[in-house]
Write a protein that binds this ligand. Sequence first.
Ligand code: SF4
Length: 344
Amino acid sequence: MTEGAPSPAPHLSPDDDRGDTDLGLRAVRHWVQARSTAPMLVLACPEHPDPADSARRCLPPAEWETAVVVRMPACLGTLPRAAAPEVLLDGAAGVTYLLDGCAEPDSTATSLADVLPLLASPDARTGVPALRVVASVPEAFDGDEPTPSLHVLDARSMPVPRRALLGAEAPAPEPTPTEDDAASTDHARLVTALAALAADPARGVPDVGVATGRPGPGLLLRAHGCTACGVCVRVCGEGALTLRVEDGASFLEQRVDRCSGSGECLDACPVDALSTRRRARWAEHLREGVLPLAVVDTHPCGRCGAPTPTHDDLCTVCAFRRANPFGSHLPPGAEALVRRARGI
Ligand code: SF4
């Protein structure tokens, strides 16, 4: 099937079309899961003038037979960074992002910059690079292979599996670890999908050597002078920090794999206890690990019962309230929590 002269949808800005993108990605994932053979997915923006031609020019002839081009409903820059590892988990042989027809190729390429080196090496299962990002395509073919016809599908109307059309119940695809993670953060989805790929030693992606040496997005923290107030725990949108109270002590801990490197906790700490040791490496993101940051001897606050350093009667909030009974200022750390609640 060749492309039937679709009328390209207008390019939408990344802020307008996350919903379209999510629906399109879900449809593509379900379609890949229902396939008995592994397709080489080539993703293109809705405004790409001729993705089939670009795919023919940039893919090696050996991949033409399994290549399927999909027009996504919005700019590829709106796809979550987890999109490529998720469709690989679903069974795709590889994923190619066609950016030669993209209105914003630089921002899309930048969003994939840290994922691409991890997935650029061949997947041992399929022998093709797990992820390619193509910014420009060659003018002409090398070699004299006959020009193939490539399938071009629209992510808004992916084909229904043949079994379903005939009324037979399709076998339920194996759920992937990221299938129910639509509500997760972009970082959490990415790390979950990459870690699930890495758990299959036969695949060879993500590239272990790259993951071991390459800095990831997260930060390894240290905490000096922590008062166990818990502001950083509540302000972290990734759930990377926990405060555990046990036997008269509070333990502040960091889940390294969950840290996206936003630095919100550093800004929020009312006593500037947190600082950065170094960037986490991708290999540290891909395995669960807990980093102990601080142990504070605590007892319950005399007013609210919150863990409070033993040398203080009241926690910082209650101490602030007592000192400022009619004050209009927010207690230490509260500003960051208000900003987070308002999504600022
Ligand atoms: S915000 Fe600062 S003082 Fe409070 S628990 Fe976190 S590191 Fe400790």
